[in-house]
Design a protein around this ligand. Sequence first.
Ligand code: KIV
Length: 275
Amino acid sequence: MKNTVATFQQMKEKGEKITMLTAYDYSTAKLMDECGVNGILIGDSLGMVMMGYEDTLSVTMEDMIHHSACVARGAKNALIVADMPFMSYQTGVRDAVYNAGRLMKEGRANCVKLEGGAQVCEQIKAITDASIPVMAHLGLTPQSINAFGGNKVQGKSEEAAKKILEDAYKVQEAGAFAVTLECVPEKLATLISEKLTIPTIGIGAGAGCDGQVLVYQDALAIFSDFTPKFVKKFADVGALMREGISAYIEETKAGTFPAQEHTFKIEDEVIEKLY
Ligand code: KIV
């Protein structure tokens, strides 16, 4: 059954954990959908894990639309959440609504995610008013890496924790249907999850959130440039890929691949005439 923003809300109300993973292509999205994940995020993390950039800042609307459309073709049941890339909404309400609309029309997303609290509430309200559901994103917001001076845990001091809690109330009031909490202390994320009526989706925010999201290349040990502390490697797919790729190279070089069962036949009398 198709997961919608209403499904997410009902799951929070029933105390059922919401599962989300990132995906950026058709085959992976289809596989995740078959496993029954509730939501798929086309994160702007694609800048690092798919495109090899050092951060998310260079990701464009065209990149996001392209990958979102690939995922949407593969996932029929998961809620499709597309990230709004850096500078696609910070520049104003009109840009925000226009670009969110493109992610829905061209990227076939079901909703969008954007980073920030009070400073983007006008955008959240305007996008929501255009019938596009918005997931907010608080705590470590990677598009602010230069302002933060690196990828650090957020909300540890009383002042910083209070600001994240206030921002959470504000994005909820502006119309966000859910909020991602990234790299915040577990007790703060739990408190926010208890106080808000909308679901919280944690990444590096502990088990008290209403749901979890992970970048799938981290969770399956495919991306090895760096691994944040909050990542659990659920399977070593990276090792399996290395094994498979090495076996392919070895067998091809040895001439044992392709074998007879991988080849197509032609009648001998046809081929003999060509010699
Ligand atoms: O871009 C992304 O993958 C994200 C997650 C880390 C939440 O925003």
